[in-house]
Design a protein around this ligand. Structure first.
Ligand SMILES: [Zn+2]
Length: 84
């Protein structure tokens, strides 16, 4: 698959975190949800909303899962529709 742009990576993480069907990425310290942040010259990082810990590595499944949808609810609706 082609390399995603930083914006697409950002959206991929956001989509993953909002997806009700997957377990969200969480902070290794306190288990709080991580948020994507686009940082100049560093690309996309993950940051804990509680303790501020940052993680630079975005897990591969998160990027693979990205399908261009920016609305997780629409995605679920599409999924249910395709099942008939
Ligand atoms: Zn934390």
């Amino acid at each position: 698959m082609p390399e995603l742009s930083d914006t697409q990576k950002f959206l991929a993480v956001r989509q993953w975190q909002e997806d009700p069907l997957v377990h969200p990425l969480t902070c290794s310290r306190d288990g709080e949800e991580l948020f994507p942040r686009l940082v100049k010259d560093r690309g996309v990082i993950l940051i804990c909303g509680k303790c501020g810990m940052t993680q630079t590595n975005i897990p591969e499944p998160v990027l693979k899962m990205y399908d261009g949808h920016t609305d997780p609810y629409k995605k679920v609706v599409d999924m249910l529709r395709s099942r008939g």
